[in-house]
Design a protein around this ligand. Structure first.
Ligand code: 5HY
Length: 242
């Protein structure tokens, strides 16, 4: 039995439930998926400030997972908040949904388009494309300008789908990456309309982490991702003392 923990770094429980359903839908029968939101953090992540304040909650869930014997983790927010710090803390593999989706997209074509939420998050998506080595493959990042928590509105699906169709035309891309965990269950519909593979990071990351665990592969602990040196943290962060 493999135990995966899918962490939605925002505190929107309806979104966490939807993320959990999507992850369980693709996980192996022998895999147990726990989907959680931290007890602290922003209700949605749409800025650098939100992202920074989401990280302590992510790390608290990783620390709890280490006590629970979790085998692998998914960070289910397209900014991949706290990914490096989470990798330092966790023994097992940790994968962010942006990272997983971009990896998958480059296995399915030469170029991909990203469709994300607010325009102000476009820069972050490009940062991650560069960080992960996919800047050349990323043909464009497009914002639908729908706030994260409004993606539940049925009209949002139509808007996102139309933007994906336009992005593929404009970018000449072979695949689409959905730029928010709140779009996790849009993929099949959007793929129908665009005629290209559409990658949702939640399911891509779930299968990637599950595969790494099955292969017995874990984060390298010899250098950068070794457990942080013990030290005191003060104030609101005193409980993060290692
Ligand atoms: C996400 N925010 O996947 C990101 C999407 C974004 O709360 N979950 C969020 O807009 O960056």
């Amino acid at each position: 039995m493999t135990h995966l923990k899918v962490i939605n770094p925002n505190t929107a429980l309806a979104m966490t439930a939807s993320i959990g359903r999507c992850a369980r839908a693709v996980a192996c029968p022998s895999t147990v998926v726990t989907a959680v939101s931290p007890s602290m953090g922003p209700e949605s992540i749409e800025s650098h400030y939100d992202e920074a304040l989401a990280v302590p909650g992510v790390l608290a869930e990783i620390a709890a997972g280490e006590r629970e014997g979790v085998d692998g983790y998914v960070i289910a927010c397209f900014g991949d908040p706290g990914l490096d710090a989470a990798r330092e803390l966790a023994a097992g593999p940790v994968v962010g949904i942006a990272e997983a989706a971009m990896h998958a997209a480059t296995l399915l074509g030469r170029g991909f388009s990203v469709v994300t939420t607010l325009s102000r998050t476009v820069g972050r998506a490009w940062d991650l494309a560069h960080r992960y080595g996919f800047a050349a493959a990323c043909r464009g990042v497009h914002a639908c300008d729908i706030p994260v928590l409004d993606l539940e509105d049925p009209a949002a699906r139509k808007t996102v789908t139309e933007l994906c169709v336009a992005a593929v035309e404009r970018d000449g891309s072979d695949a689409v990456v959905l730029g928010c965990a709140g779009m996790a269950d849009f993929a099949a519909e959007v793929s129908e309309e665009t005629g290209v593979p559409v990658i949702d990071g939640v399911t891509a990351a779930t299968k990637l982490v599950e595969s790494l665990v099955t292969l017995g592969l874990r984060t390298g602990k010899r250098g950068e991702y070794a457990l942080p040196r013990p030290k005191r943290y003060s104030g609101l962060l005193r409980d993060f003392t290692i």
